[in-house]
Design a protein around this ligand. Structure first.
Ligand SMILES: Nc1ncnc2c1ncn2[C@@H]1O[C@H](COP(=O)(O)OP(=O)(O)OP(=O)(O)O)[C@@H](O)[C@H]1O
Length: 339
């Protein structure tokens, strides 16, 4: 049984169109999944939906099994328990998430006490241990958020997320506001905690390079759907979907300074969920779109071992195609505008 098994998840905000459309995802304990995509493609909505943290009036359909239990079918009392003990979220911008008028120790202890995980003395002890786990002295429990640096505050957020021993951590742009050195430290800390405690991790970022460096698998989202999914290094180095390829080309290769000077930007913006293009939603921006793409809406299909991509130009590898009657050409062989 997977730690997380998301099936056909669709999310619609009140009065809006679907921001997440039929997403399937799986994550095993001890594994790290990176969720990438430009702003507005539905990454945060997907993360919030996993713990039913969306605003009132939002509609969620599908199934979200966390350790075998369907979060979407749970009563609210159970959802509240699962929020800290089953899975917890680290958001970007720790200054806004922490309460400025309470000492950080009290804020870390709060979920422990709320979920009756320990007595007041036990919660205090656990708070000290958590601070040390994230690389801060236990005595910093007495500090107020404004007395800490940005990186220290993000460490506090991670300590809070770990307070009730969750099985899954969802980190939504956990390092976006931090400088590069601190960003690297926080990423290594998250990696280490995930490995030590056999947690599952979903890390959200628009930065594919950061995700490829931290995660085992990557899922690239576009217009509310996962358009490519597979082993992190393969998706980053050799994306099969034209959108994933463009996104990957927009970030410098680690250890390859030359690539920094040749990012291939992608023209235009992702579509508004209320006005999606027909057929493949990426076709208006796609450099290799076919004439048929405005009519055909491709679902995820096998694009290699443990890889899937949602593009008509992506077929199974040559070996698997042998004997098939009709298969689309692989992406590499496509020419722009070729029918
Ligand atoms: N509370 C809300 N009410 C209505 N629509 C929303 C709400 N939050 C997000 N949306 C819409 O849902 C879509 C997906 O947004 P979401 O924030 O999930 O994307 P994202 O990929 O996480 O972007 P970012 O990287 O900027 O956070 C967008 O079109 C956005 O305008």
């Amino acid at each position: 049984m997977s730690l997380l098994d998301v099936r056909n998840l669709t999310v619609t905000y009140a009065g809006g169109a679907a921001a997440v459309r039929g997403v399937d995802l799986r994550l095993e304990a001890g594994h790290k999944l990176g969720l990438a995509g430009e702003s507005g493609c539905g990454k945060s909505t997907l993360a919030l939906a996993l713990l039913r943290l969306l605003p009132a009036g939002s509609r969620i359909t599908g199934e979200v099994f966390l350790d075998g239990e369907d979060v979407l079918a749970m009563k609210w009392g159970r959802v509240r328990a699962v929020r800290w003990a089953g899975a917890s979220v680290v958001f970007q911008g720790a200054m806004h998430s922490l309460n400025a008028v309470h000492r950080i120790g009290d804020q870390i202890a709060e979920p422990i006490l709320l979920h009756k995980k320990a007595t007041a003395a036990g919660a205090k002890r656990k708070t000290g241990e958590l601070l040390e786990q994230v690389g801060l002295p236990a005595a910093r429990a007495d500090a107020y958020p404004h007395e800490l640096s940005g990186g220290q505050r993000q460490r506090v957020m991670i300590a809070m997320a770990l307070a009730c021993d969750p099985r899954l951590i969802i980190a939504d742009e956990p390092t976006t506001a931090l400088d590069v050195m601190i960003q690297a430290q926080i990423l290594r800390l998250i990696e280490q905690l995930v490995a030590d405690q056999d947690l599952g991790l979903i890390m959200i970022s628009h930065d594919l390079a950061v995700l490829a460096d931290t995660c085992d698998r990557l899922a690239v989202m576009y217009a509310g759907r996962v358009v490519e999914e597979g082993p992190a290094a393969q998706v980053y180095e050799d994306a099969r979907h034209p959108y994933a390829r463009a996104l990957s080309a927009a970030f410098p290769r680690i250890g390859d300074p030359a690539s920094r000077f040749a990012p291939q930007g992608l023209a235009g913006d992702p579509p508004d969920p209320a006005a999606l293009p027909s057929g493949c939603t990426f076709h208006p921006r796609c450099p290799v779109a076919l004439e048929s793409c405005p009519e055909e809406d491709p679902l995820l299909r096998t694009a290699g071992p443990e890889r899937r991509a949602a593009c008509v130009l992506v077929g199974p590898p040559a070996d698997a195609r042998r004997g098939a009657r009709e298969e689309p050409e692989p992406l590499e062989e496509a020419r722009p505008g070729t029918p």
